[in-house]
Write a protein that binds this ligand. Structure first.
Ligand code: CAA
Length: 389
């Protein structure tokens, strides 16, 4: 039985910052951000968007009534959780009106959470072929104003329906994974910005990739010639280039050219959104599918997931016949094209406009946020969301 991605959608908040302008404000050569790091725009979440609302908006765009009835498992990968106890997925389950006869959980391992969700979903569907699983990855990447990681922030969400007989990508069974306790990037519970050892995180990302790739090759007998494309977790788009460069000499010149060209297509959306942690790999996959028109049915795509701390995994999928019909390319391009640009001063104001840390009551102005689902406030230590439709 084939199991895999039947539907995929994403959502990014309506505000963005031009990386050239951030560079000028930080007295940095703009080419460092646009070429050295590989980012053009950074999505900025207004106070009315958190991980829950971002994920709900991403899912809203892909689910129909039948999906809502059939989904019996919601798995939400996030490292921007809003509660130590209650799963962010439960809010989404309600906001989307899903069948009450469902399991709902939140999964955390830095940017790896949604991948864990996909693998869990695959196991669930193998046992219950009629089920559908909603896997979500949503985050707001915050390092701080003037911090070393500032140019690699972002915000957004990816939502996927995993099912039997998927219409977009069938996941294959071979998979290589690795865990090691490393302090390359983490966020203690008292902090709303991440701690990071940037250089170490880059090194570990590459060494994890090399390790799982070698393991995968031994397991599968495959080499670069068997891949049409490899998608990477993209904390910033240059990272994918660095990882591919670590292995592409293993193939022919033709393999190298194909993989480099397809990597370019897989970076298109991420360049305009920034890091969305758990969703980044899947935003890159979506970007490849929607922005590379020459991909053929049956093409094998490699996926490298990396969650600092650290867990890495390399796994693969095969494009299904007619997959293009099930994409929402126009909507996604429109979403990105219709955003509002912020000045650097306005970005700094939005960045510092945070919810009260002690949970005191607040009512938020949601009219200026065009999202269908938004955070409208807090009272009694409870977050309240509004579904505007
Ligand atoms: N023109 C073109 N390129 C330029 C340039 C210019 N004028 N100036 C600098 N560059 C290039 C540099 O040569 C360098 O390229 P290489 O990496 O290919 O050598 C690149 O721009 C970045 O320069 P620096 O290394 O000097 O940049 P930095 O010290 O500001 O740090 C960073 C960059 C480490 C990514 C930092 O932004 C950071 O810490 N980000 C957060 C951590 C992160 O994203 N880590 C990635 C792996 S961990 C992970 O994947 C999990 C996750 O999501 C967080």
């Amino acid at each position: 039985m084939k199991i895999g991605i039947d539907k995929i959608g994403f959502y990014a908040p309506h505000l963005f910052l031009d990386m050239n302008k951030l560079a000028v404000a930080r007295d940095v050569d703009p080419a460092k951000y646009t070429i050295g790091i590989g980012q053009e725009k950074m999505a900025i979440a207004p106070i009315t968007q958190d991980a829950v609302s971002l994920a709900a908006n991403a899912a809203l765009n892909i689910l129909d009534d039948k999906d809502k009835e059939d989904i019996d498992f919601v798995i939400f990968g996030t490292e921007s959780g809003i509660d130590h106890s209650k799963s962010a997925g439960v809010y989404i389950h309600d906001l989307l009106g899903l069948n009450p006869k469902a399991r709902t959980i939140e999964v955390k391992q830095a940017c790896y959470g949604a991948t864990a969700g996909i693998q869990m979903a695959k196991g669930h569907i193998a046992l219950h072929p009629k089920s559908k699983v909603l896997v979500l990855g949503a985050d707001i990447a915050r390092y701080g104003l003037n911090s070393g990681g500032e140019a690699t922030q972002g915000a957004g969400a990816v939502a996927m329906v995993i099912s039997a007989d998927p219409r977009i990508l069938a996941l294959e069974d071979k998979s290589a994974y690795l865990t090691a306790d490393i302090m390359d990037f983490w966020r203690p519970v008292y902090s709303d910005t991440a701690m990071v050892d940037g250089k170490l995180s880059n090194e570990k990302y590459i060494s994890f990739f090399e390790s799982v790739w070698e393991d995968y090759k031994v397991q599968s007998g495959f080499g670069l010639e068997d891949f049409t494309a490899i998608c990477f977790h993209l904390p910033y788009t240059k990272m994918g280039q660095k990882a591919l460069r670590a292995i592409y000499e293993q193939g022919t010149e033709e393999d190298k050219e194909r993989l480099v060209a397809n990597l370019e297509a897989s970076k298109t959306y991420n360049k305009q959104v920034g890091n969305i942690y758990t969703g980044s790999l899947y935003l890159s996959l979506l970007s490849l599918l929607e922005q590379q028109e020459e991909l053929q049915d049956g093409a094998r795509i490699g996926l490298f997931s990396y969650g600092s701390g650290a867990v890495g995994e390399f796994f693969t999928g095969v494009l299904q016949p007619g997959y293009r019909k099930y994409l929402n390319t126009y909507d996604h391009e429109e979403l990105l094209a219709s955003r509002t640009e912020l000045s650097v001063d306005a970005y700094e104001t939005v960045f510092e406009d945070t919810l009260p840390a002690d949970g005191s009551t607040v009512e938020l102005e949601i009219e200026s946020d065009p999202a269908k689902i938004a955070l409208s406030g807090i009272s009694g230590h409870m977050r309240h969301y509004v579904h505007k439709d």
